[in-house]
Design a protein around this ligand. Structure first.
Ligand code: BMA
Length: 326
């Protein structure tokens, strides 16, 4: 976007809406928060990096989702390496999926194990008590979120395995299925990283959990562009078939959101916008994102505008052999 075209996502004027200065206890940074709407308030499950470099998760609540955050006075979901050795170096980048069928919230997060990050799962009803279901994907794997409904009786999850063969092998988005949230399989590539000079070449991953819309499952995903000065993390959009989410039906060529403001360009890791959560209120979408691995910011979009943009794109070709130009 840019060049005078209307941006799909509009930054909130009070960005960044949460920084470590708002935190009730000492920490290094707050970023990459999961988000959900509970009754009359917005809940963020925030990744907090402490001053050792280890991350935990903390709950922040706000009536308008922008200001007056009520933040838990101590870590809500600290790593528990004693019982869960895979959490040795912390817990990171959560995604929340509310399951209407059971009234539970399922939380996927990256547990930073000695062998690299892996996908772990926990569930809660109130964000006070959590039940850990443990690792569901071996390392290295992250950027995972569940769908809120089952498909033919099976849970579905998007995730991003990486580094299984070698660093130079592209990191694509994959999808797996499970009858019981414990045993995962029927694993396949969902959407490939592009190649060459593309903004989303070589490494992509899911951003917030998939959102159900009349036109299909709306996805945002991050693409990583490696440059001589470091990596740039931007966000693109895609649509999956509503009945068969293994089919990508649209994918934006251009990114829909990218680092531009000072708080996105400068920080612990500059040139990063990284989203793990969004909240929908009729047509209004609030996208929460980590800015430069340092603070939390928010941008708004209209669901109808996003869907009009995507549905006007040509149908996406899922056939890799016809897609080599990308
Ligand atoms: C990714 C993840 C994110 C982080 C981003 C930019 O690989 O580790 O947590 O925001 O890098 O540093």
């Amino acid at each position: 976007m840019g060049n005078g075209l209307k941006e799909l996502f509009r930054r909130h004027p009070s960005n960044p809406i949460l920084t470590v200065d708002d935190w009730p206890y000492p920490a290094n940074s707050v970023f990459n928060a999961a988000a959900t709407q509970i009754d009359d308030h917005t809940l963020l499950l925030v990744r907090v990096e402490d001053r050792r470099g280890i991350s935990h998760l903390a709950v922040a609540r706000s009536a308008d989702g922008i200001s007056d955050w009520d933040i838990d006075s101590e870590p809500t979901f600290p790593a528990d390496p004693e019982h869960h050795p895979e959490e040795l170096w912390g817990v990171e980048d959560p995604r929340i999926t509310f399951v209407p069928e059971s009234g539970e919230y399922l939380i996927t997060y990256a547990a930073y194990s000695e062998a690299g990050p892996l996908v772990s799962l926990a569930r809660t009803r109130d964000f006070r008590q959590f039940e850990r279901l443990g690792p569901i994907m071996p390392p290295e794997d992250k950027d995972a979120a569940l769908f809120p409904v089952k498909f033919n009786g099976r849970w579905a999850m998007i995730h991003r395995p990486y580094g299984l063969i070698a660093e130079h092998v592209p990191a694509h988005m994959w999808m797996s299925f499970s009858p019981d949230l414990k045993h995962w399989g029927d694993t396949r590539i969902l959407m490939r990283a592009r190649r060459g000079g593309w903004w989303d070449a070589n490494k992509i991953g899911l951003s917030p959990p998939p959102m159900e819309t009349p036109n299909g499952w709306l996805l945002l995903y991050h693409g990583v562009r490696k440059t001589a000065a470091g990596s740039i993390y931007r966000i693109g959009a895609a649509l999956l078939d509503r009945e068969d989410p293994t089919k990508v039906i649209r994918r934006s060529d251009e990114w829909v959101f990218s680092p531009q403001e000072a708080y996105e360009r400068v920080g612990d890791v500059g040139e990063v916008v990284f989203s793990c959560g969004w909240v929908r209120d009729d047509d209004r979408i609030r996208l929460y994102y980590g800015a430069a691995d340092t603070a939390i910011a928010m941008a708004e979009a209209s669901l109808n505008e996003l869907l009009s943009y995507l549905t006007a794109l040509p149908a996406y070709c899922n056939d890799i052999n016809k897609n080599l130009s990308q």
